[in-house]
Design a binder for this molecule. Sequence first.
Ligand code: PXP
Length: 246
Amino acid sequence: MVKNRIRLGVNIDHIATIKTNRKTSYPSLVDAVSIAEKNGADLITVHLREDRRHIQDQDLIEIKEKANLLNLEMALTSEMVNICLQVSPAFCCIVPEKRKELTTEGGLDIKGMNDDKFNFLIESIQNIQSKNIGVSLFIDPDPDQIDCCIQAGVKVVELHTGSYAESQSEQKRKYELNRLISAAEHASQNKIRVHAGHGLNLSNLSEICKIPQIEELNIGHAIIADSIFKGFEKSVQDFRSAINND
Ligand code: PXP
């Protein structure tokens, strides 16, 4: 299998966290978009959370105007589906959301959805796709969840790399890496395209980049954390070249 260049989605939520926490007009998210794009971001990713803890509705509108390609992460609610249809990002990634979580914990449990929820998922996917917005579902690397994604009608999944990234032992890391490898193979065999993200940093990225089916990585926390010491431009550049090298 010929390995394509992996796209880098730079998630700028944590820049919005600084702005929102102090209710200031800075740091500018629009500037963040252009700096990220100039330094290697293929797309800009933001998560409009139901509690609006970082990105605000107006931020989303301004980011959409500025970004070449916007990927909107959002929960599966009527409010978010309507916002997605109005804002019309290039891509939308449906994620699970819990009010008290620090960040997105685990993937969408599509297998565990009741009929009403699953039907709402199918209807939402159809509505979003009908506006030419690409839809992905953020799931754990589990073949059963991939089969449910196929039934739901998406062509793309984003595999949750959190358990791999947070592995505390070599044995667990290998186990989680193998789950990602198998899930990516299973998706690809069923003509489902594969993205990945969560918890990725410069130390744990290289094994993920070797998985041939992965076409896109979405990375936020580590890029913004590294930028505190080395600057945002350099941080995006370093992630871009770390991805290119594998
Ligand atoms: N992908 C998805 C679907 C996410 O929800 C997140 C976190 O917002 C990420 C990727 C990026 O995770 P991190 O901030 O740990 O790099």
